[in-house]
Write a protein that binds this ligand. Sequence first.
Ligand code: ZN
Length: 199
Amino acid sequence: MEKTETSTSNNPGEIPMVGDHLALDLLNTEMRVGNESVDLWRSGEDVHAWLERCGLLASASIAAAEKQTLLRQARELRALARQLIEQWKNGQMGDVQPLNKFLDAYLSAPQVTSDDTGKLSLTRVAKADPVANLLGPVAEAVAQLLTDGELELVKKCAHPECILWFYDRTKSHKRRWCSMASCGNRHKAAQFRKKVGTT
Ligand SMILES: [Zn+2]
């Protein structure tokens, strides 16, 4: 991934959130631009910002020193998720032990807190190292997809040059594109060019 780090069009704000499932949005933090694979996580900050966008930063700040660890472990989890999900899609089940390691490190306890008005709410408080707790819900989403997800609804965008994934929650289950605005239109334009015979 190092070679793509200078790419200009990939700040975390542009990470496509088209997966409709946290586990697939995780895979979508890597995308293809032209022929190049682009890692949209270039730093621990990027991972942190992505987690925040996913609504996963309940108790959130982590020390600067931990940002490198966050980046390394997040990439590790993503590679693992990609391998397991692709294997599953191909009718195999890979080794889930490394995933269980992530899950095992995710420790939290329920806690009742009250706000200014005395209203009680139930939250979970991290009990282990901050990085493991930040990535825990993501690992859990991967586990949930592999155990409860419907295989035929886990789809890769139909555009041959796109590597984005999504969970097809449409009623008809006929979703083909990561987004109509990008790949759907790319496809339509290509079909049109074929039809009118231009190149
Ligand atoms: Zn696509």
